[in-house]
Every structure is written in structure tokens, then in C-alpha cells.
Design a protein around this ligand. Structure first.
Ligand code: BT5
Length: 320
């Protein structure tokens, strides 16, 4: 998506009333004919744009798609949307190799979605599959804090959508109580000794997915919201709006300062205070998870004292 198209979408989204062709042309630094062409392209993409003597007004926005996500997105990323991809992280890697940055890759569905250690990530239509390609000015050792920041952003977004989400160290978002999995995060990066070259934060979130299309241990906004008796005050299925969900989670992520993320992470985490078994590259660590340390290590109180675990698969045992 071109920068001009992004600016146009931004201006139209921010406008309170009609925006005239000449105003748009001025704003974007293009001819009125060019504005008209962009507007036509948006109409083809499913936008209902009314034009009157006063200018253009967006009446309806398509459910999903690159322009729909960019429309009103309050974060500085170009959107690279595909109805279907093998994996948004793989696409983001291609873009990284082309030296791109600040791109949000989104797919309507994935045919080869990946979790950690090449585990498959089930990616039917209705989920949000997104990878952010960024180039933070940080050492490679800080990469885990980006996963934690993403977990905070996603948890916050699920809560806004009406689901009581919590974080399981290091990269899972679960629903409180049943602890079924709502989302997972796969962070990948390339770096030199002292500096990250590129970092990709891949998020898979079960938003508008029916139970039948999810793994048994998983759940989605649609499932969780449907199970609750509906009060008159909350519009049905609103939280399961993929476009809104995708925008909000990216906006939340962008607004977070990784250096300040741990207090909120602690507040949302369900792992702290629990008996855990962590399968690490150096063996199994078992005990009570007592804290998280920058940039994302779990502190586990074992019979032999506190152990700081940097990476691994974590299993929650009974409550501590
Ligand atoms: C994760 O791995 O949780 C990270 C998943 C990241 C997926 C996103 S989608 C966008 C981007 N593009 C990609 O190709 N990947 C990223 P891990 O902790 O290894 O968990 C994987 C396990 O979660 C699987 O072994 C299943 O047990 C379970 N699982 C698979 N699909 C699921 C789903 N849709 N919902 C909940 N759990 C799922």
C-alpha cells in the first residue's frame, strides 16, 4: 500500500464530515484526478464512499482487508494484506530481506501457520494472523521483551472484546478459568552482536472462529462471548470483529514502551504464583513461578533455590 493511500485513508477516517476533492489533493500533494483514482480503488475494495458537492464521505468499510485495516489505524505501519498465505511470519521475512520495515503483514487465513519449534498453528478464516516487521534499536538479547509486550497488547485487546484473557509465560494468551488458549506469539529476529537487524512479532489470535474449527485446547472470542448470557447492553458479536481486533492490538503494541511493560505483564500473568514445570534446553525446572525479570526471564523457586529461566515450554501444575 502506498504512503498516499495510507494518508488518504487516515484523512477520510479522521474527518467528521465530507472532505472535498481539492482538500484531499492538497493534503496528499497529488492531482484531483489522482484522488479520484484512489477513491475508485477503495470502492472496488468494498468501501461505500458517497460523493456530493461537499466532498467524499465514507459510509461503510469492508469487514476485512488491507484498506479496511489501514482505515483509521492509529499506528504507523504499512499494511500488507493477503486473503491467504502460508505464514505471515514467512512473508514478513521476505519483506525484511527486501529491507522493508514498519510493515504489518496480515492474512485472512494461513495454510502453514507456525508456532514455536515448528509446531503447527491452526489458522482457519476468522482468526487474526498478523506479523509486525520492525527494526528496534536494541541488542538481540532484548528480543523477548517484545514478545511480552505483544502478549500484553493482545490480552488488553481480548479484554476490550469482552473476554477475560490472561498471560501464560512466555507467549500464550489464555482465557481465565478454563485456561483454553486464545492466542500465541512467535517472535523471530536476525541481528548482529550488539544490534537487532530485524524483528518479527507474529500473532495468531482466535477471534471470529467457531469451536469446531479450533484445536480442543483452544477457544475464541466468538466461542467465549456466545457462551455468556447476553445482556442488553453489549452488542452481540461486536468483540469478534476481526478488523477492530487487529487494529486495536497493533495500536496497543505500538503504544507500549518495552522498558515499562513488566508491571502490566505481572498484572495480567496467570503463571506467577503457580507451580510450574518448564522444559528448557538445559533440562526441566520445577517449582513456584515467583517473578519475571527483564527482558523476559521467569524466576522459578525450586527446592535448590531460585532459578532464572530464559526460554522453554511452561506447564502450569496445581495452584501454588
Ligand atoms: C505459539 O506457538 O503459540 C505461537 C503461534 C504464533 C502463530 C502466529 S499466526 C501469525 C504468525 N504467522 C505464523 O506462521 N505464526 C505466527 P506454541 O507456543 O509453539 O504453540 C503451538 C501449539 O498451540 C500447538 O502445538 C497446538 O497445541 C496449539 N495450537 C495450534 N493452533 C492453535 C490455535 N489456533 N489456537 C490455540 N492453540 C493452538
Amino acid at each position: 500500500m502506498s504512503d498516499r493511500r495510507r494518508s488518504l485513508l487516515r484523512t477520510l477516517a479522521d474527518a467528521e464530515g465530507p472532505v472535498s476533492g481539492p482538500t484531499l489533493a492538497d493534503d496528499l500533494g497529488v492531482s484531483r484526478a489522482a484522488v479520484w483514482k484512489h477513491v475508485e480503488a477503495l470502492r472496488e475494495a468494498g468501501f461505500d464512499i458517497e460523493s456530493s458537492a461537499d466532498g467524499y464521505v465514507v459510509r461503510t468499510v469492508p469487514d476485512y482487508g488491507g484498506d479496511a485495516i489501514a482505515f483509521g489505524l492509529d499506528a504507523p505501519y504499512a499494511v500488507d494484506y493477503h486473503d491467504r498465505l502460508p505464514s505471515t511470519n514467512d512473508r514478513a521475512r521476505e519483506l525484511a530481506a527486501e529491507r522493508a520495515t514498519d510493515v504489518l503483514v496480515v492474512a485472512g487465513e494461513q495454510t502453514g501457520g507456525r508456532g514455536r519449534l515448528d509446531r503447527p498453528w491452526s489458522s482457519p478464516a476468522g482468526g487474526v494472523y498478523a506479523s509486525l516487521l520492525v527494526r528496534p534499536d536494541r541488542p538481540p538479547a532484548h528480543a523477548p521483551i517484545c514478545t511480552l509486550a505483544a502478549a500484553v497488547a493482545v490480552t488488553q485487546t481480548f479484554r476490550e472484546a469482552g473476554v477475560d484473557a490472561v498471560i501464560k509465560w512466555p507467549n500464550d494468551v489464555l482465557v481465565a478459568g478454563s485456561e483454553r488458549k486464545l492466542a500465541g506469539i512467535l517472535t523471530e529476529m536476525e541481528g548482529e552482536a550488539d544490534r537487532i537487524s530485524w524483528l518479527i512479532v507474529g500473532i495468531g489470535a482466535n477471534v471470529d472462529v467457531p469451536a469446531a474449527e479450533l484445536p480442543e485446547t483452544a477457544t475464541s472470542v466468538r466461542v467465549e462471548v456466545d457462551e455468556e448470557p447476553r445482556s442488553g447492553s453489549r452488542p452481540a458479536a461486536d468483540g469478534a470483529d476481526r478488523r477492530r481486533f487487529c487494529q486495536r492490538m497493533v495500536e496497543e503494541f505500538h503504544a507500549l514502551d518495552p522498558d515499562d511493560v513488566l508491571p502490566t505483564w505481572r498484572e495480567y500473568a496467570v503463571t506467577l504464583g503457580r507451580e510450574v514445570r518448564v522444559d528448557t534446553p538445559g533440562g526441566v525446572v520445577e517449582g513456584e513461578a515467583v517473578d519475571i525479570e527483564f527482558p523476559g526471564a521467569l524466576v522459578v523457586r525450586t527446592d535448590d533455590g531460585d532459578r532464572t529461566v530464559h526460554a522453554g515450554d511452561c506447564e502450569h501444575l496445581r495452584p501454588a
